[in-house]
Design a protein around this ligand. Structure first.
Ligand SMILES: Cc1cc2nc3c(=O)[nH]c(=O)nc-3n(C[C@H](O)[C@H](O)[C@H](O)COP(=O)(O)OP(=O)(O)OC[C@H]3O[C@@H](n4cnc5c(N)ncnc54)[C@H](O)[C@@H]3O)c2cc1C
Ligand code: HEM
Length: 392
């Protein structure tokens, strides 16, 4: 699809990209929002402030340039990004805008290195990448619309229940305002939610993992109130501002982190609010009467911040282990300090288990390292990042 001379030119510009680093993407986003302020309805401007989204986009472009002759290597990343884009309702027109500002950014930042040949190569290469995403995203949109309970774009849902799960986490249950059926989802997947917090100029879209088994009628999410630094915009609004009966817009469930169908031992590992996809997986495994062993490993600060404790303890056949960083509990299965897998090594299906993880990135890096040291194969370790993706 991409001819050799274009590939060679793209490869030649990699040092240029790497030398400018995120400066290119910062310039790009400034330019994009100056010309298209309406796109602030789609992007999470807090991620822009913290620089996390710039890094994610830069890494994706650098990975693309590096793999221009082997696009197959990008398929997992394309799948992850396309799924996330689908919960943001990204459309073909958006790709045209982004493509234009990418080229103009290269022109403005690369100086004399931005020759006609470089411009031609990047136009072709961006077009190919954009087509890969647009095709995949259209397939996701069409499938979401055609399946039972499905829909395209935003759909109105009403908040029908709010429940306290722990000191900082509340569950919210939504039913469709049209009371029609809703799409099923795979445990581990998330929805996109669009709200406009009061006194805020832009809509805000966030993703939240579905935290219970699918039931065809309602969606449940469980949200941690973000209070460190500047209070999180959407999480605090969902906790305090949104009342029973209020409506929000939801985008159909998506995500490439979900429970697979293998009849193998399953280990669900989480920290803090990262337990939401695990709770959904656990509910589904129990409903399926999973015939292999199930372990639920969770770490949090203390008992006050331990979400879903009662719910999870209902499952008597699940091997449960909990670590509190700041509290000692004198009970079987409770430990003080950080998650230490060596302490329970003989209870873990190290040879044939499927390991699912979710929590802060440093936590997942720490646990993954322990799993690898204990001999678990990388392809049996699956994880989700609650923010712009990062490799562990
Ligand atoms: C796939 C996926 C699944 C998720 N599932 C869940 C879930 O099940 N439960 C859950 O609670 N969350 C989940 N999240 C995270 C969720 O989407 C939100 O990111 C989270 O709720 C914070 O959103 P917010 O609007 O409250 O915070 P934001 O306003 O987006 O702020 C995020 C952080 O940035 C900081 N910040 C904001 N503005 C600035 C600034 N100007 N300078 C520096 N720092 C700033 C804030 O202090 C805050 O800590 C998930 C995310 C993804 C991607
Ligand atoms: C080929 C072009 C594109 C590439 C390579 C790309 C890449 C990425 C990557 C790597 C992420 C992070 C994904 C993750 O966390 O797992 C992301 C998220 C996102 N993308 Fe794209 N993207 C492209 C096009 C677009 C377009 C056209 C839009 C819309 C104008 C868009 C809007 C977003 C938004 C809103 C997010 C969520 C993060 C946030 O809000 O801060 N992207 N994209």
């Amino acid at each position: 699809m991409i001819c050799d001379s274009v590939m060679t030119t793209i490869k030649k510009t990699i040092p240029l990209l790497e030398a400018s680093g995120v400066a290119i993407t910062e310039h790009f986003y400034r330019r994009l929002f100056d010309h298209h302020p309406e796109l602030q309805h789609i992007f999470n401007m807090s991620n822009q402030q913290s620089g996390r989204q710039q890094l994610a986009l830069f890494s994706a472009i650098a990975a693309y340039a590096n793999n221009i002759d082997n696009l197959q290597a990008l398929s997992a990343a394309v799948e992850r990004i396309a799924n996330k884009h689908s919960t943001l309702n990204i459309q073909q027109d958006h790709y045209d805008i982004v493509g234009h500002h990418l080229i103009e950014t290269l022109r403005e930042t690369a100086g004399s290195a931005f020759t006609d040949e470089v411009e031609h190569a990047w136009r072709i290469a961006y077009g190919v990448l954009a087509k890969i995403f647009v095709d995949r995203e259209n397939t996701i949109y069409d499938r979401n619309e055609s399946e039972p309970g499905g829909w395209k774009g935003p759909r109105l849902f009403r908040l029908i229940e709010k429940r306290i799960e722990s000191a900082f986490v509340k569950s919210l249950v939504f039913e469709p305002s049209d009371k029609q059926p809703i799409l099923a989802y795979k445990p581990g997947q998330y929805i996109g939610i669009r709200v406009t917090p009061p006194q805020h100029d832009f809509d805000e879209i966030r993703q939240y993992s579905l935290s219970s088994a699918p039931n065809g009628e309602t969606y449940q999410i469980s949200v941690k109130r973000e209070i460190e630094g500047r209070p999180g915009l959407v999480s605090n609004f969902l906790h305090d501002g949104l009342r029973l009966g209020d409506e929000v817009e939801l985008f159909a469930p998506a995500g490439n982190f979900f429970l697979n169908d293998k009849v193998a031992p399953v280990v669900l590992i989480s920290a803090g609010v990262g337990l939401t996809p695990m709770t959904s997986m656990l509910d589904v495994l129990a409903a399926r009467r999973h015939s292999a062993s199930i372990s639920f490993l969770h770490a949090c600060k203390n008992s006050a911040q331990h979400s879903f404790r009662k719910h999870i303890h209902r499952y008597v056949n699940v091997d449960k282990h909990t670590w509190y960083a700041d509290e000692k509990v004198n009970a079987t299965g409770y430990y003080h300090g950080h998650m230490d897998l060596c302490a329970i090594e003989n209870k873990l299906p190290l040879d044939n288990g499927e390991f699912y993880m979710c929590g802060p990135i440093p936590f997942m890096q720490y646990v993954k390292q322990q799993l690898l040291t204990l001999g678990v194969r990388t392809d049996r370790i699956h994880y989700e990042v609650f923010g712009p993706h990062d490799d562990l």
